[in-house]
Design a binder for this molecule. Structure first.
Ligand SMILES: [Zn+2]
Length: 151
């Protein structure tokens, strides 16, 4: 006997996920604002608040505990990228100190603001992949079951 498909009204709203092959692919998806598990866009409906549940794959994202780690990452990356800019600004004697400070502060603030969401997405993906904070089964386990190599 062939089973008839369920009516759309009671069919599950999730589709099989296009699981990432490696942790790096999951982190890239999260960093680009996509669901780390299936790659659907719109992982962050608000600036730093991820969706509670992916509307495509059904993954529950309320288990993440990114906390203060995204700002740490954003500050570390910004500091390393700003070092050459600060050296150039400091070595140029024709620019006043006030202008140097204003340029450095504005660039650093913009870079940190731009890096916060990608850092948070990547960190949430890392936590999901490793099964941290209630993400069970972990993304790594799901990928292994699906036949993907661990990354
Ligand atoms: Zn998803």
């Amino acid at each position: 006997m062939i089973a008839k498909p369920l009516p759309a009204s009671i069919r599950p709203q999730t589709i099989p996920a296009d699981l990432p092959l490696t942790v790096w692919q999951a982190m890239k998806r999260g960093g680009l604002g996509c669901c780390p598990r299936c790659g659907l866009k719109g992982f962050f409906p608000r600036l730093l608040k991820p969706v509670a549940q992916c509307r495509a794959c059904g993954q529950d994202w309320t288990h993440h505990r990114a906390d203060d780690f995204p700002p740490y990452v954003a500050i570390i990356v910004t500091g390393h990228l700003m070092a050459p800019v600060m050296i150039v600004l400091a070595s140029n004697q024709s620019i006043s100190l006030g202008v140097k400070m204003a340029v450095a502060v504005v660039i650093a603030a913009l870079m940190i603001a731009a890096l916060l969401q990608p850092a948070k997405g990547a960190i949430i993906a890392l936590q999901w992949w490793n099964g941290m904070h209630g993400f069970l089964p972990s993304g790594r386990d799901e990928a292994a079951v699906a036949g993907h190599p661990e990354g």
